[in-house]
Write a protein that binds this ligand. Structure first.
Ligand SMILES: [Zn+2]
Length: 405
């Protein structure tokens, strides 16, 4: 690591926006325009895919937006911040690119944006200024809007996005600044194995419990049952729908808080963190447990909880990655194959090594440990081999030392 090396630190901030009634029309209208642009371009591309035609990419999308704005039918698009419509097209362009990227097997084709559910936000790539003393943000076409100040932002504003969820508005601000590369206060490294029964297990034997949402998800399931009994689109139905949206928001906030707490703790204590490459891991460790060892609570865990969990892993790794960057550490993804079946002591790979979901007993050398700790130890070894430049799977180079003792 060179001295005086600088890194570009990107940081995201999210604040509750407090629009006045006079702002609401413009906000709703702009959100609607962005949703319209997303859905219209999406359905054009899906149609083209069905008919085996080449799909539209950003330059053509931008042309269509300009065309619609000049037309009489879609004149309402003129009232929305025009750069935000282009940003929405760019996001859709990226979503299609990801969907066809072989390295991202879990990505699917983009889906429709729905009012009140997963709306397209209004992204401003420039032209926003923040007045932190008066706690207002100045936005193109809209003017000054109050926001709930919770911390000072650092760096230059790169872009600003307004979104609406559960009837509440929030503003996300991304900043960028050049910093001297920090030196991580800790020196050790650690392997981390993500799981279902435990959120993760460390090669040190330490582990974190999964986040517990039982109460909130129970409430959510109840609210959804209630919704199914309401007359669709009636006043009560809308009221119930709103309740569901705000419950969803509460669950995702609680989950993020929990993940922040644990990711901070790990990042503080280890300079180098090795994790499984989630893109390749292909989510085989879903609620079903591993493919060979189905979990015992498959039914309960599937559906709702599983979606929250799967999403949680990605968020957690992202948090770890940027926290490590700040501190001068790193997160390294290792190939996930057979991490649960390989003996960390003699490297023997066998399904039979895995006695049950929790027990590991090597049929070759008799090494015994908790199966999740074994997974984490294998991840640690692979990470060290990657750093040393030796093959992670061929086990060439110096023989691996027995991790216990
Ligand atoms: Zn062994």
């Amino acid at each position: 690591m060179k001295e005086n090396e600088t890194i570009t630190q990107r940081q995201g901030y999210k604040f509750r926006l407090e629009p006045k009634p006079k702002h609401l029309d413009h906000l709703s209208q702009s959100l609607g325009a962005n949703r319209f642009v997303w859905n219209k371009l999406l359905s054009m591309n899906l149609y083209r895919l069905r008919n085996e035609l080449p799909i539209l990419w950003y330059p053509e999308m931008a042309w269509w937006i300009t065309f619609w704005k000049q037309s009489e039918d879609y004149a309402f698009l003129r009232d929305a911040p025009s750069q935000s419509l282009q940003q929405t097209a760019k996001a859709l362009d990226r979503a299609f690119l990801d969907a066809f990227d072989k390295k991202q097997p879990n990505k699917r084709l983009p889906t429709k944006k729905k009012l009140g559910k997963n709306e397209a936000g209004i992204r401003y790539p420039q032209g926003c200024t923040l007045d932190e003393n008066n706690r207002v943000i100045k936005l193109p076409k809209l003017g000054c809007v109050k926001y709930r100040f919770s911390r000072k932002i650092e760096g230059a504003i790169k872009n600003v996005t307004i979104s609406r969820k559960g009837g509440e508005y929030s503003v996300s601000i991304q900043t960028e600044r050049e910093l001297k590369r920090p030196v991580h206060p800790a020196t050790g490294d650690i392997g981390l194995d993500m799981g279902v029964k435990r959120l993760f297990t460390l090669s040190s034997g330490d582990h974190a419990e999964p986040f517990n949402f039982e109460q909130l998800t129970k409430k959510l399931a109840q609210a959804q049952r209630m919704l199914s009994r309401r007359v669709k689109f009636s006043a009560n139905w809308h009221k119930q729908k709103k309740r569901i949206n705000s419950l969803n928001a509460r669950i995702s906030n609680a989950r993020n808080d929990y993940l922040h707490k644990v990711s901070t703790r790990i990042s503080q204590n280890h300079a180098m963190i090795y994790v499984e490459d989630l893109k390749v891991a292909n989510m085989t460790r879903s609620a079903k447990g591993t493919q060979d060892n189905p979990g015992s609570r498959v039914k309960q865990k599937s559906g709702l909880n599983r979606a929250i969990l799967n999403q949680g892993w990605g968020i957690f790794i992202n948090q770890l990655t940027y926290k490590q960057k700040w501190r001068g550490g790193d997160v390294i993804a290792v190939p996930p194959h057979h991490t649960s079946q390989t003996c960390p002591c003699c490297q023997h790979v066998s399904k039979d090594n895995r006695q049950t979901q929790a027990e590991f007993l090597c049929v070759e050398c008799g090494y015994e440990n908790h199966a999740d700790v074994v997974g984490a130890l294998n991840i640690l070894q692979r990470g060290r081999q990657i750093l040393a430049g030796t093959q992670p799977q061929g086990m060439r180079g110096s023989p691996a030392k027995c991790p216990v003792r």
